[in-house]
Design a protein around this ligand. Structure first.
Ligand code: SF4
Length: 269
């Protein structure tokens, strides 16, 4: 596996939210991507989105490091407008006073079993009784809040802060900011609590226990990661895994699974 932390715990496997999402959704594709490194080429559209996403994240990091942005913003009035609107809205919504501690690109990790769970927060704001995680998304706010709540980015980010700080779950929140020219910035906020923390803990333990078993079978008995039950009929990876068995036309193109795959790609931007 390529994501091994060789500085501190050489045997630990690094897992971020991207891997957890894929592992839950499709174990065989997880095997292909992270064990066998057989990824598909990224489309030009996704490449453009990734580039714009990276540039925007760098810009925000620069701002929160108190570095000047004028030379960048003065040559792009659309970008200037949206960055100013975002910063105004963030200041209105969050507890960014003189006493608050804040850090862009703040990383957290936690050893759990054979794994090192990792997260990088776009911005962490710390106050005496409150810890706020902010994440920039360079696309429009999704309609379905529940899906974002259930995404491993939300669950893992909140979980890691509760596990690695003195804050109670009730004192922690995560807010996604959605930024897309020429729209006004929008946000979705998720408050955490002990019940959600317990639920995430159980889900995580179950997922990691499955991964333990899959890796054992794969490494010792050469057994492939298993398919989930009942998703072959609307499988987004149908062509790569099943094309020799039957006709690709059987795949339902607008399935929930396709939209979940899109979200995994989207959420990493
Ligand atoms: S049927 Fe498709 S989506 Fe489901 S586990 Fe198998 S490859 Fe993954």
């Amino acid at each position: 596996m390529n994501n091994i932390d060789d500085s501190h715990n050489q045997s630990l496997i690094r897992l971020s939210q991207v891997q957890l999402n894929l592992l839950e959704l499709c174990p065989p594709q997880f095997q292909r991507l992270y064990l066998e490194q057989l990824g598909s080429p990224v489309s030009p559209e996704i490449q453009d989105n990734l580039l714009w996403g990276n540039q925007f994240h760098q810009l925000m990091q620069q701002y929160f490091l108190d570095l000047p942005l004028d030379s960048i913003l003065d040559v792009n009035q659309d970008l200037k407008k949206i960055v100013e609107a975002l910063l105004k809205a963030v200041n209105e919504q969050h507890n960014l006073n003189l006493d608050s501690w804040k850090e862009a690109e703040h990383s957290r990790s936690l050893e759990k079993g054979n794994y090192l769970l990792t997260a990088i927060y776009d911005l962490l704001i710390i106050n005496e009784n409150q810890a706020e995680i902010l994440d920039w998304k360079t696309y429009l706010q999704p309609q379905n809040k529940k899906k974002l709540e259930n995404n491993w980015q939300t669950k893992l980010y909140l979980y890691l802060l509760a596990e690695t700080s003195d804050y109670l779950p009730e004192q922690i929140s995560m807010t996604y900011w959605f930024v897309k020219i020429p729209h006004e910035p929008q946000f979705l906020k998720f408050e955490y609590n002990q019940n959600l923390h317990n639920k995430t803990t159980l889900e995580l333990e179950s997922l990691l226990s499955n991964l333990d078993n899959y890796l054992l079978d794969y490494n010792q008995n050469n057994i492939d990661f298993p398919h989930r039950e009942n998703c072959e009929s609307n499988c987004p990876y149908y062509q790569s895994f099943f094309s020799e068995k039957s006709d690709i036309d059987e795949v339902e193109e607008n399935s929930d699974l396709f939209s979940m795959i899109d979200e995994i790609e989207e959420i990493s931007i």
